[in-house]
Write a protein that binds this ligand. Structure first.
Ligand SMILES: Nc1ncnc2c1ncn2[C@@H]1O[C@H](COP(=O)(O)OP(=O)(O)OP(=O)(O)O)[C@@H](O)[C@H]1O
Ligand SMILES: [Mg+2]
Length: 558
């Protein structure tokens, strides 16, 4: 600041100095002209007949000197004084010709000539021409300069501050901060208009930003919660966005997917081909594909749509993955179910028709054969009946509004009544049916349904245990749960078959099971009933040694 002011003042002094010098030089030139004119006049008067003659013109010279306010001195050729208007001059002249300054005075010396030869010398002492008040003018000039500088600084400051504020505000706006407000009470109109415009711009940008954020939020919520996997590929084939459902469906964290080329990261050939195709054709594409995700086989309905700009150029591609595995599974189960039911029904019906035809063809003549056939027909009829009963039961349990008659149920009481029925069946197979008396196990449930669960499980244990085996049943109570444990010393089940035995119509050994009169629906019913009780089933089995089925019920709170 001070350096700047110092510089300005030095510059101003320099300007004043130069101006002063120029004026002085101009004045001196003017003075020389005047001196020359005077010198010429005196020369024309004083030089006569090759000499300087004073006597007859002495009075003219004195008058001239008085009028012009100068001192006039004349010397002869030998520089000896011959006339002085003041009478105080030296006798000889020792200076050379020319114009000289001495303080406020000027000394002018001229060689007087006649026909080119020096005949004498003239000396004029006179005042310099000076401009009165020049200093004052300089002072005023300097003051005006400084005032101008001050005004300029004031102007600069009064504009610079609001402009600096405005630029800071604009920078903040660009960074997304909208809390600065430009003052709206300034006097200068241009600044006021600038400030008002800035405030309006800030408000508008804030509003745009808010609505953009709102839109973005709802878009993100929509994309994340749409329930379908979504993948966005940009116009040059880089992956722009992968939603949460996609990551879940394909069990990938997709951390390195962002901005990667889709050819490099999407592990499914068919999907890459679909995207390639859409890039080529610019047309929407939908396909059903199946992929292996880890150990699971998954089915997807995939639609691939281009995002086009108004010039029909591809800006990106959206790929939607709709997981239809559950639907596919259901479809397959339904198909299997119909096939299974038809097959299961067909066997006894064929057998019934076969035996009836044989009887009609004359087999009834033979009383013994007729008796045997009728027994087989009764067996097949019962099998058909039990199949239909089980199917009806299963469909009843599977129905959505199937409800249990909830009540506290004593597992030991139900078990006792079940054992009464099944004891005979066990004895027929010489199987030891053992109940390890212990806890009572009062659980929350439906007594009738729990009885059904027990009958199914204990019948299985008896059916799939060879003669002289043992079936052991126990009830264990824990803090909030009670277990019903049914173990047998039977044929057991292979580990990989365990989850399958709960499927409808699934039998490990179809022929043997069918012989034992089984339909393959018993465990499917058990599974549904246990689930309805919020219970759990646990199976352990060693083939050839036996199996243990543990059903966990929740204890009744009363
Ligand atoms: N305790 C067990 N030991 C060995 N295998 C068993 C046992 N319990 C069930 N299984 C196997 O599981 C299959 C399915 O049993 P599930 O009770 O559903 O049908 P099922 O006994 O054949 O017919 P049903 O509908 O008449 O009970 C059986 O066919 C059998 O192969
Ligand atoms: Mg069974």
């Amino acid at each position: 600041m001070w350096a700047r002011w110092g510089f300005v003042i030095v510059c101003m002094l320099f300007v004043i100095f130069v101006t002063n010098e120029v004026i002085q030089v101009a004045l001196l030139y003017d003075d020389k002209q005047t001196m020359d004119a005077r010198g010429n006049w005196i020369e024309s008067v004083a030089v006569r007949q090759g000499k300087v003659q004073v006597d007859e013109f002495e009075s003219s010279f004195s008058q001239f000197a008085k009028k012009e306010h100068i001192q006039l001195t004349l010397y002869n050729r030998d520089r000896k004084l011959i006339y002085s208007s003041t009478g105080k001059e030296k006798k000889t002249l020792d200076q050379i010709a020319g114009l000289r300054e001495s303080g406020d005075f000027l000394v002018y010396i001229k060689a007087l000539k006649s026909d080119g030869a020096k005949v004498g010398y003239l000396k004029i002492n006179g005042y310099r021409t000076s401009i009165v008040g020049l200093g004052l003018v300089y002072c005023l000039l300097a003051a005006a300069g400084i005032a101008l500088l001050y005004y300029r600084d004031y102007l600069v400051l009064s504009y610079a501050r609001p402009i600096r504020f405005a630029s800071r505000m604009v920078e903040n706006l660009l960074e997304g901060s909208y809390n600065m407000i430009a003052p709206d009470h300034v006097k200068r109109e241009s600044i006021l208009r600038l400030n008002l415009a800035l405030n309006r711009m800030s408000d508008a940008m804030h509003e745009i930003n808010r609505s953009y954020t709102r839109q973005q939020d709802s878009m993100t919520t929509l994309i994340e919660n749409i329930g379908n996997g979504l993948l966005f590929v940009d116009g040059v084939g880089r992956i722009n966005y992968v939603n949460h459902t996609f990551k879940e469906d394909f069990q990938t964290r997709a951390t390195h997917w962002e901005l990667a080329d889709y050819h490099e990261v999407i592990p499914y050939d068919e999907v890459r081909k679909m995207i390639d195709e859409v890039f080529e054709t610019k047309e929407k594409l939908a396909r059903q594909l199946q992929f292996t995700v880890h150990i699971e086989r998954k089915h997807f309905d995939i639609s691939c749509a281009p995002i086009l700009n108004k010039h029909k150029k591809i800006r990106g591609i959206v790929v939607v993955f709709h997981d239809i595995t559950a639907i596919k599974k259901l479809e397959n189960t339904r198909k299997d179910f119909v096939a299974n039911v038809s097959h299961e029904l067909k066997t006894p019906v064929t057998s019934l028709i076969g035996f009836t035809e044989t009887l009609l063809d004359g087999a009834r003549e033979d009383k013994e054969l007729e008796d045997q056939f009728l027994h087989i027909m009764l067996h097949e009829g019962r099998r058909l009946q039990s199949l239909i009963t089980d199917l009806l039961e299963l469909s009843k349990i599977e129905r959505e509004h199937f409800v249990l008659q909830w009540a506290p149920v004593s597992l030991s009481d139900v078990l006792e009544s079940v054992l009464l029925i099944l004891r005979e069946k066990a004895e027929a197979k010489k199987i030891k049916l053992e109940y390890l008396q212990g806890d009572e196990g009062v659980v929350a449930g439906d007594a009738f349904r729990i009885r059904q669960i027990m009958i199914n499980l204990i019948s299985n244990a008896i059916s799939y245990t060879p003669e002289n085996g043992t079936v052991t049943i126990a009830i264990h109570e824990r803090k909030s749960e009670a277990d019903l444990v049914i173990s047998d010393t039977g044929m057991g089940i292979e580990q990989d078959q365990i989850p399958r035995i709960f499927e409808r119509f699934y039998r490990v050994d179809k022929a043997r099971s069918r012989d034992s009169g089984g339909t393959g629906l018993g465990l499917a019913i058990v599974k549904h009933l246990v689930e309805a009780h919020d219970g759990k089933i646990h199976v352990t089995s060693v083939p050839g040694k036996g199996s243990t089925f543990t059903i966990t019920f929740n204890k009744s709170s009363t």
